[in-house]
Design a protein around this ligand. Structure first.
Ligand code: BG6
Length: 490
């Protein structure tokens, strides 16, 4: 997570420079890196999109984007003027033979010195843009390309995207973002596991009873109905963010914090996932779709009533899975994964529940023991809690309670500014450090596993179960864990 490598980056070309992600995340993140002195001297920022936009009006858009972002408090007119001096806008046409020439001109005629291309565009443009960059001679050995999910919608389409990107860039030049890997708390999973000696001897099927990974959102699909309807929670969240979290929890210790070592261990977890197919999809998965209800104390529409909703749809906005990782470390340990929109509260967390004490010496005096659990809260707050049994103070008979040992990140590290995940990701691209990016084989392995589930759903006709907005999903999800004597951590 440090950046020892020599920097060879002289410009970032941002395709989709006026789009939503650029406005909410990318310009504000680049601005923060500028303010913190983390962009190289004379580093150019070239916004590219199809429409013709005057320079001044583009700079005004960038300024507005920063001022209405999570980094708005950093806005300062003098700093912004310095930042704006780095920024240019070019109008491009990927389909025209000379359509990317404005980029070359903005770069002063040459791509030498390390140019980063960030494709904040629809995924259907990833292939065409890469091929056009190559055809225009805008790619050299120091160039890099950044793309983000969705990378395909199944194995076949992901392979196609990876092939077109691979036709223009070597794999080490490709940075596939999963923005969850840019979150501090997610990176801390590696530190928690591999910078502390106490957990590793217990981090396996001998000591762990079950693992839960929940990514619950309170938002609905918002204005994205048509995208979402052809996607669903399994493809939108599980294939990427949730499986990445699973990899970080389940992976073997990498030989070092290097891109190959970390990613080799992650992909092995994906290869070890027991397939979920038509044979076990009914017992291992639950699909749900939110109906109307209440969210944050306000009435919330159901999925079918959201703006832009089309014909009756069976797309899942919630999914719960029981997953097995078939290797020596995890044999027999269920991993329960759950993600959904319009759930009761926003919370991403990982719960590792240890096996119960082998014998209760306090049983004779009526004390029951709860198994220890390690709860890693990723968002909205970052907190690590280890629950321990503790004697209640007093002279009477021995009474035991479960007591949390809490490590609150904000208490431990004070008011360090919370970084947008993209600040970390952009900085890592600048420094050519790809450990926190997803490698091609990870994408393909995760799609292969997801495809099995989707095929299983199709073959068995498994339908979504309704759940009211503002709840924790359909009751079948509760049954999924209870069948094995477990219950969701709420
Ligand atoms: C995106 C999904 O990748 O992640 C969205 O497409 C989801 O549907 C979002 O809302 C969640 O990200 P975060 O950072 O808000 O947890």
């Amino acid at each position: 997570m440090t950046h020892p490598s020599p920097v060879s980056s002289r410009a970032l070309v941002l395709f989709g420079a006026t789009g939503d992600l650029a406005k909410r995340m990318l310009w504000p993140s680049l601005y923060a890196l500028h303010c913190d002195g983390l962009l190289p001297d004379r580093f150019q920022l070239i916004g590219a999109a199809t429409s013709a936009v005057e320079h001044a009006s583009f700079i005004a858009k960038v300024s507005d984007a920063i001022q209405s972002s999570a980094n708005s408090a950093m806005f300062d007119a003098v700093k912004f003027a310095e930042f704006a001096a780095r920024v240019q806008y070019v109008s491009v046409n990927v389909e025209a033979p000379q359509g990317l020439e404005p980029i070359r001109a903005a770069l002063g005629g040459s791509v030498a010195g390390g140019v980063i291309y960030y494709l904040s565009t629809g995924p259907q443009l990833f292939g065409p843009i890469c091929l056009a960059l190559k055809a225009h001679g805008l790619v050299d050995a120091a160039s890099r390309i950044v793309i983000e999910k969705p990378i395909g919608t199944d194995t076949a389409s992901a392979l196609k995207v990876n092939e077109s990107v691979g036709a223009a860039f070597e794999e080490h030049q490709v940075f596939r973002i999963d923005h969850y890997l840019g979150k501090e708390a997610v990176q801390n999973l590696l530190a928690l596991r591999f910078a502390n000696a106490i957990f590793e001897p217990l981090w396996n099927a001998n000591a762990i009873e079950q693992v839960q990974i929940s990514v619950a959102e309170t938002v609905g699909v918002g204005g994205r109905w048509s995208f979402y309807d052809s996607t669903g929670a399994l493809r939108d969240m599980v294939q990427s963010h949730v499986l990445q979290l699973l990899c970080l929890v389940a992976m073997e210790p990498p030989a070092g914090f290097t891109p190959s070592a970390v990613r080799n261990e992650k992909v092995k977890v994906l290869w070890s996932l027991r397939p979920i197919t038509a044979d076990n999809v009914a017992t291992h998965t639950v699909r749900g779709q939110y109906g109307s209800g209440f969210s944050g104390g306000e009435a919330a529409p159901g999925y079918a009533q959201e703006a832009g909703a089309g014909a009756a749809s069976d797309t899942e906005t919630f999914v719960a899975l029981k997953v097995e990782v078939d290797n020596w470390r995890w044999a027999g340990v269920p991993f329960y994964l759950r993600t959904g929109k319009r759930m009761q509260r926003r919370s991403s967390e990982i719960m590792i529940q240890f096996k119960p004490a082998p014998y209760n010496i306090f049983a004779g005096i009526g004390a029951t023991l709860a198994p220890n659990a390690l709860l890693i809260k990723l968002q909205p707050e970052e907190m690590i809690t280890l629950t321990l049994m503790h004697k209640q103070p007093g002279l009477n008979e021995v009474k035991l309670s479960e007591v949390p040992l809490n490590l609150s990140v904000s208490d431990a590290f004070g008011k360090t500014r919370r970084r947008i995940a993209y600040e970390r990701m952009l900085l890592d691209v600048l420094h050519d450090s790809s450990a926190l990016f997803v490698r091609r084989d990870e994408i393909e392995a995760s799609w292969k596993w997801i495809d099995g589930i989707i095929a299983g759903w199709k073959a068995t006709g498994q339908k979504c179960r309704p759940y009211p907005a503002g709840t924790n999903g359909p009751s079948a999800a509760v049954a999924l864990t209870e069948r094995h004597g477990h219950s969701w951590h709420e």
